[in-house]
Design a protein around this ligand. Structure first.
Ligand code: SF4
Length: 475
């Protein structure tokens, strides 16, 4: 089924739902390569602490030659007052507000341990507060977190500072505190505006709270507001989800992330409640919701950035896509590359040029490591040269939507077409179906292929074979 061509010329063409149905299989979201499912707990051979010292060397993380790379910081603030039953995040459910202050004490210890190993002159060009619910933290605790960051790092004047916000737990004081510590980007968890769906997912959120959040954020000078939506939730229908999109578009977000609900009850037991109630929409309905979202956002002038992200044409993400400067990291698409990622708090993931390390996933384990004066990671990976090559190929596909074989041969120091001849040959069915085009320079993802970007990237990923259930479906 092909949807009617009603979209403005500069936006995405109608979706070919038959092709999406044909190719939509479980796969990684490629916020990293190799994906976090490949991290190991056998840490001794990885020498991850040494990797931090190595990372202080000029040019280590792919930054400018002769200069130490800048830093990107992530803080995982895991607390939520109640559990949304669909949620796949690493959260701690509590109503104890004192938990925020206690956690900040421990974050301060982790900051001291980490920065004692870092070149203190490296500028911070990106900060992200994620969760959980960062706005579970009272405004004065958010101010304190800002002071901690400034005390430990030189923050660049043009630092891109974003925060995830739950409109249900937001006051104007939160917004002012976030603005005062430098945040200018906000990502609002909305998911669905229909009260019946909200009841079914255990997340009651009157739309007036979303409107209020937008009003406060705009008044405080936030320059970019993203809204997260999820399709495939219990009791959703294509019509109800279409109405959610209309309501959200009326708020004028700069970006939208429209995620496919990942039903993985064997990993997230809270999701089992949906199986018991038999309220989940079927695959066909879910596909129709994706199509409606795509059609409405395209008609409203948003560009499909890839991997569920849409942005207004003037938004930095859309500009970076046009200019070929888009990057991808653990927070998704980004306009800032060449930085090493240092993350703090439970379950957060840090990366240098050739390592990943992930912190302990529970508060007691994380605190025990800090008590012992150890950096609190308990799993990780050291990338082989081949891993790094594959990462370059996959990230170029995800961000540029094309592979230039000659440029890759130079960048990777090998004959790309000879080395990856099997992978290139494996694209034939995608080429025949019009999702990929062969060009004189290499290959290009067609506009029809953009919704299936990660399926195309998987052809260059030897790690996905035989492990599909560790990942959600691509649509
Ligand atoms: S508020 Fe966000 S992080 Fe917390 S349970 Fe709900 S979806 Fe998950």
């Amino acid at each position: 089924m092909i949807l009617p061509e009603t979209l403005p010329a500069q936006t995405t063409p109608p979706l070919d739902l038959e092709l999406i149905r044909k190719y939509s299989i479980p796969g990684p979201r490629y916020t990293s390569y190799p994906p976090a499912t490949k991290f190991t707990t056998d840490l001794a051979p990885l020498r991850l602490e040494e990797a931090i010292a190595d990372d202080n060397r000029p040019g280590a993380a792919g930054g400018e030659p002769g200069r130490t790379s800048p830093l990107s910081l992530y803080f995982h603030l895991p607390f939520c007052e109640t559990r949304c039953w669909f949620c796949g995040c690493n959260t701690v459910i509590t109503k104890r507000r004192e938990a925020a202050g206690e956690y900040l004490d421990d974050l301060a210890r982790e900051l001291r341990l980490t920065t004692s190993r870092l070149d203190r002159h490296r500028p911070v060009t990106q900060i992200h507060l994620g969760g959980g619910t960062p706005t579970f933290f009272p405004p004065r605790e958010l101010q304190w977190l800002g002071e901690l960051i400034k005390a430990h790092f030189p923050v660049a004047p043009d630092c891109e500072f974003g925060v995830e916000i739950d409109p249900r737990r937001l006051t104007e004081e939160h917004v002012l505190a976030l603005r005062d510590i430098g945040a200018r980007r906000a990502s609002l968890g909305v998911q669905d505006t229909n009260p019946r769906v909200q009841l079914a997912i255990h997340r009651f959120q009157p739309h007036t709270r979303n409107e209020e959040a937008f009003k406060w954020l705009r008044a405080a000078g936030f320059t970019s507001i993203n809204v997260d939506l999820i399709y495939g939730l219990p009791l959703q229908t294509p019509e109800s989800f279409g109405a959610t999109i209309d309501e959200v578009l009326a708020l004028g977000p700069d970006r939208l992330s429209v995620f496919s609900y990942a039903h993985v009850p064997w990993i997230k037991p809270a999701q089992r409640i949906f199986d018991d109630r038999e309220q989940l929409p079927g695959a066909g309905e879910k596909l129709a919701m994706f199509a409606i979202a795509h059609e409405k956002l395209s008609a409203a002038g948003y560009l499909d950035i890839g991997l569920d992200h849409f942005a207004k044409p003037q938004d930095e993400l859309a500009v970076a896509l046009r200019e070929g400067t888009l990057h991808r990291n653990f927070q998704g698409y980004s306009t800032r590359g060449g930085a090493s990622l240092y993350s703090f708090g439970i379950s957060s993931i840090s990366s240098t040029a050739d390592t990943y390390r992930q912190n302990a996933r529970t508060l007691p384990e994380w605190r025990a490591a800090l008590d012992a004066g150890r950096l609190p990671f308990d799993r990780g990976l050291r990338l082989t040269t081949e891993d790094q090559r594959r990462r370059t190929i996959i990230m170029r596909l995800m961000c540029d939507r094309r592979l230039d074989f000659a440029a890759l041969s130079t960048a990777l120091g090998l004959d790309f077409t000879a080395t990856y001849s099997a992978e290139i040959a494996s694209l034939t069915d995608l080429v025949d179906d019009g999702l990929v085009r062969r060009t004189s320079a290499g290959i290009e993802v067609t506009r029809a292929g953009v919704p299936l970007l990660r399926v195309i990237a998987m052809r260059f990923d030897p790690t996905v074979t035989g492990a599909p259930l560790q990942h959600s479906r691509t649509i």
